[in-house]
Design a binder for this molecule. Structure first.
Ligand code: T6T
Length: 328
């Protein structure tokens, strides 16, 4: 009897060792996952980091957040090199250029470090095809940016009554997300809003001050300007500031991609008509979960799409909507 109960205790201990969540956490503590954002001081990536940290805490892995101070391949590549040198178990990265990050990321791949791109992609963004070019990342986790551009076009066309001149305030060519937003915006206008004239895109290098000056210069050349689409947080913030500085608040309509905390005031004051909030926390969360699944021998989807929340004056104070406003 005594012997049986000793055996029973041993069997129970073995079972506990095999299935206890505490044990699973202790074992997986050996994984370190690096998240390299487009830049560190952007509310979009700060919110992504929070989502990634939530997943890391749940899974008991270490998350390292290391990025450059600006959105630029020239500053991102040395950060990536330093991350590779640390030898993390996996790298999640928002590459700042579709072409210029291919070879730097190939170094990680060749060192045996799995790569998942979040938010932005390299190459065509279609991975694991066997093409052998830029298809080596395991997965791409992001918003549908073409769709986001189409949503922006519909919102802006409706805000201006379907007629008049608009333009896109954008970052730089060569960034997958913002290129796709512009492409979606222009395609939607061309297909469904023949009365809207899309002027030449203004590239601001992710500098809100540039975007504000450009708004005023475009307005000076086109006093009948009706609207602007800010294709990311800094483009939208800058374009909206430019509209305000030109004394055109509520007259030149602004549709903003991204939703920093300042968007609430800008929507309430009528400066911004619509903001398209991405779900960066989801991107971070599923980035870490995907890396963990791969590291523990599970297969993962090659692409995961996250959603949008469309914010305007009618819903900005609804807590179910406001929860998608980014963290500072
Ligand atoms: O719009 C986001 C991100 O999706 C894009 O790739 C770069 O700009 C942001 O980080 C906003 O600043």
């Amino acid at each position: 009897m005594k012997r049986r109960s000793i055996l029973g205790a041993a069997a129970l201990a073995a079972l506990t060792t095999a299935f206890s969540p505490v044990t699973a956490v202790a074992e997986s503590h050996s994984f370190t996952i690096a998240l390299v954002p487009g830049l560190t001081t952007d509310a979009f990536y700060i919110t992504m980091q929070k989502g990634a940290q939530a997943a890391a805490d749940a899974l008991g892995v270490e998350l390292v957040f290391q990025g450059a101070p600006d959105f630029n391949p020239v500053t991102q590549v040395p950060v990536l090199d330093a991350v590779i040198a640390r030898g993390p178990d996996a790298i999640l990265i928002a590459p700042t250029d579709t072409v210029q990050l291919i070879e730097p990321l190939r170094k990680a791949y060749e060192a045996g470090i799995p790569v998942i791109t979040v938010d932005t992609f390299i190459g065509s963004g279609v991975y694991q095809t066997g093409a052998g070019d830029a298809d080596f990342p395991l997965a791409y986790i992001a918003s549908d940016n073409v769709l986001g551009g189409r949503i922006a076009a519909r919102a802006l066309a409706n805000a201006i009554g379907g007629e008049g001149k608009v333009y896109v305030s954008n970052v730089n060519p060569g960034i997958s997300t913002t290129d796709q937003r512009e492409a979606g915006f222009k395609a939607e206008m061309a297909e469904n809003f023949p009365g809207v004239e899309v002027l030449e895109t203004q590239f601001n290098e992710n500098d809100a001050n540039n975007a504000a000056s450009q708004l005023q210069a475009v307005f000076a050349r086109n006093p009948d300007l009706k609207g602007v689409f800010g294709a990311n947080l800094f483009s939208a913030l800058g374009a909206a500031n430019g509209v305000q500085q030109a004394g055109q608040s509520g007259v030149i309509k602004v549709v903003a991609f991204d939703a920093p905390t300042s968007i609430v005031d800008n929507i309430n004051s009528g400066l911004v008509d619509v903001a398209i909030a991405q779900h960066p926390a989801e991107i971070g969360y599923y980035g870490v979960v995907s890396a963990y699944a791969h590291l523990t021998g599970n297969s993962i989807p090659v692409s995961i799409g996250t959603g949008f929340t469309i914010i305007d004056a009618s819903n900005v104070s609804d807590p179910d909507v406001a929860k998608y406003i980014y963290s500072d």
